[in-house]
Design a protein around this ligand. Structure first.
Ligand SMILES: [Mn+2]
Length: 356
């Protein structure tokens, strides 16, 4: 596996590329054009500039997270074909620039959701926290305000103000869109983009829904083994794969993550590795990557990835806020660097064979 870290670009990220470069064993960066709006055809010079910037720092640009999918594609509106055409052109440019991984999601209106971004733990570290009962008390239209208020003034990936300003219109757009329709629209989108993915060997890696169930009555379709397999079968092309996000999958404790990984041989293109600690059904907090700090067995998860021959990019997902670091929520340097070392330690222990 190729160890990487998500980076939000010079303008927004508190973490610098030179700092990331000093993490032993880390080879690459996962990034995107953060000012690109969903549906936009990306300018090639911007892709080249990003790649150049990462390579200048001695790192590789291992993938894009995300090329966001326009809501008209998700709801199957008449205008979707134009947005799909733009998506195809963007993939073409990424492929031409030797970038072969695109992480994306197909969640309606809201990307990931949490009830608290700074839950204080016993040791004083803060983490993301989710409590369904608290979410149930929030009017969906107020969710953006709530997340914004909580973000410490930083931009939250997936919560772009431009989209959220239209939240009422977005909810109207999704009226009548159930799981079946959303699934069909995803299949339509994937079938349309597979030829360009084949041509440039670009792997599409859908992120697991987070949390892995319906929120605010909006449908969610990437939640566990059966729905993932259904999707991979519906568009049975090796370039149609998943971002195995252990944290998102673990929001539903009956998801057996190592078993899910083992059933997805050849279709896991990217992995987000993080740990969560479960308190009750629908109530969890994010933990340190260290297995015993949460509810997940990270050794078994990495073992499963090795068993299926996965050798794509991996990144520590969100980290705790520790040592007084001020950063984008979930994306400080310190805890993610600790996470990288722990994950690489597991990897080395599992792959190291004594000679003689
Ligand atoms: Mn993730």
């Amino acid at each position: 596996m190729k160890m990487s870290m998500r980076w939000f670009g010079e303008a927004q990220d508190t973490v610098k590329l030179w700092q990331i470069r000093q993490i032993p064993g880390l080879v690459g960066i996962i990034s995107t054009l953060y000012d690109a709006l969903p549906g936009q055809d990306w300018p090639e010079e911007r892709i080249k500039a990003l790649k150049h910037q990462v390579e200048e720092a001695g790192l590789k640009l291992l993938g894009i997270e995300s090329v966001n999918v326009h809501d008209d594609i998700k709801v199957g509106a008449g205008s979707r074909d134009q947005y799909i055409e733009n998506y195809i052109r963007t993939i073409e440019k990424l492929g031409r620039n030797d970038i072969h991984l695109v992480c994306y999601n197909f969640m309606p209106v809201f990307d990931w959701v949490r009830s608290d971004l700074f839950k204080v733990r016993e040791d004083g570290a803060t983490v993301f926290y989710y409590d369904q009962a608290q979410i149930d008390q929030i009017v969906p239209e107020k969710m953006f305000e709530q997340m914004g208020k909580n973000s410490g003034g930083y931009l939250l990936p997936g919560w772009e103000p431009e989209r959220m300003a239209n939240i009422k219109r977005l909810f109207e757009l999704y009226q009548g869109i159930d799981e079946t329709k959303l699934f069909d629209n995803l299949v339509y989108f994937l079938k349309a983009i597979m030829p360009v993915c084949d041509k440039y060997d670009v792997n599409m890696a859908i992120h697991i829904d987070d949390p892995a169930w319906s929120v605010f009555g909006l449908p969610r379709i990437v939640t566990g083994l059966d729905p993932i397999q259904k999707l991979l079968k519906a568009v049975d092309n090796p370039h149609n794969g998943v971002t195995l996000c252990s944290g998102s999958l673990s929001s539903k404790p009956d998801n057996d993550i190592p078993a899910i990984i083992r059933s997805l041989k050849g279709r896991v293109h990217f992995a987000h590795l993080r740990n969560t600690k479960h308190h009750a059904p629908g109530v969890f907090e994010e933990a340190a990557h260290y297995s015993k700090d949460g509810s997940l067995d990270m050794v078994e998860i990495i073992k499963a990835l090795l068993d299926i021959g996965f050798d794509g990019p991996v990144r520590p997902d969100h980290g705790r806020a520790i040592w007084g670091e001020q950063s984008l929520p979930g994306y400080g340097l310190y805890d993610r660097a600790l996470g990288v070392q722990y994950l690489l330690g597991i990897y080395d222990a599992l792959t190291h064979h004594m000679e003689g």
